[in-house]
Design a protein around this ligand. Structure first.
Ligand code: ZN
Length: 285
């Protein structure tokens, strides 16, 4: 079951071979234009994708600026210290259970949006992002993938000054500035990639900073879905940022600066390209 879903001008679109197809048009009005509504029917997305060869594309993918494929999730969960080498570089103990925080959904932006820096301690964290399809509570790990409608690339942009301005640190605030959640470029079905072994690479101005495979996660996707679902009902469209590999900027003295370009790539999903823009005179702390 394969499909790739994008957000073109706020409308859901299927993607194939460098083209996009407006979902409402290609479904002959059966499905609406809302990208959030599209997540509820992966079987239909797959069936329509199989027929795209007979359809006229709505346009070229490189001719449009894409929005976040999942623009309005109810909740955005994120996992800290989920790769051993990343825990090591920060001098942190690996947690015995997943370390969970949230990113405010209002921080989400599209795959080519600018990232606004409000301090000189803003950092990048390339991550695999999981999109919940069928809602669920108390999901067993063995059933977890049945509740995942798609995978995306994500940047968990983090203002370390604000993150560590309090003790214990407030992760949520430091990682939820407007523009601190680029996602995309498309959402692909888990079946269309090697879902347990995805290579994730983050570059800044062309210099490789992070290069790891997701099979190095301490808590894998089924474990994270199951764990969260024992606390809260996971809803269609909820996102899980699954944690970042080692190579973050703060431990190397390489935080983000005005004009830097972050590229975040996962093979089989795509690339985010985000330019950093320093907002002056808005220091939080
Ligand atoms: Zn992160």
């Amino acid at each position: 079951m394969t499909y790739a879903l994008a957000n073109v001008d706020g409308r859901a679109a299927l993607v194939a071979d460098d083209h996009w197809y407006d979902l409402e048009a290609v479904s002959l009005g059966e499905l609406g234009s809302d990208p959030m509504a599209a997540l509820a029917d992966p079987d239909r997305l797959a069936a329509l994708t199989a027929e795209l060869g007979d359809r006229e594309p709505s346009g070229q993918l490189d001719a449009v600026q894409l929005g976040p494929p999942v623009p309005r999730p109810r909740n955005v969960y994120a996992i800290g210290l989920n790769y051993q080498a990343h825990a090591d570089e920060g001098g942190m103990e690996v947690p015995a259970n997943p370390l969970v925080f949230t990113k405010f959904p209002s921080c989400l932006v599209g795959p080519t949006a600018d990232v606004e820096l409000r301090s000189d301690a803003v950092d990048y964290e390339g991550e695999l992002v999981v999109v919940i399809g069928r809602s669920g509570k108390d999901i067993e790990p063995a059933d977890a993938w049945d509740h995942v409608v798609g995978l995306m690339v994500g940047q968990d942009v983090s203002d370390r000054a604000v993150q560590f301005a309090a003790s214990p640190p407030h992760f949520d605030l430091g990682k939820s500035f407007d523009t601190f959640g680029p996602i995309g470029p498309v959402m692909v079905s888990p079946e269309s990639v090697d879902r347990d072994h995805l290579r994730i690479v983050t570059e800044v101005n062309g210099e490789v900073r992070q290069d790891e495979t997701t099979d190095q996660m301490i808590f894998d996707v089924p474990t994270l879905v199951s764990y969260l679902s024992r606390v809260t009902t996971l809803a269609t469209g909820d996102l899980i940022f699954t944690g970042t590999p080692d190579g973050i900027g703060i431990t190397q003295g390489k935080v983000l600066a005005d004009g830097d370009v972050i590229t975040t790539r996962i093979d089989g999903i795509g690339t985010l390209t985000n330019r950093c823009v320093r907002a002056t005179d808005h220091q939080v702390c």
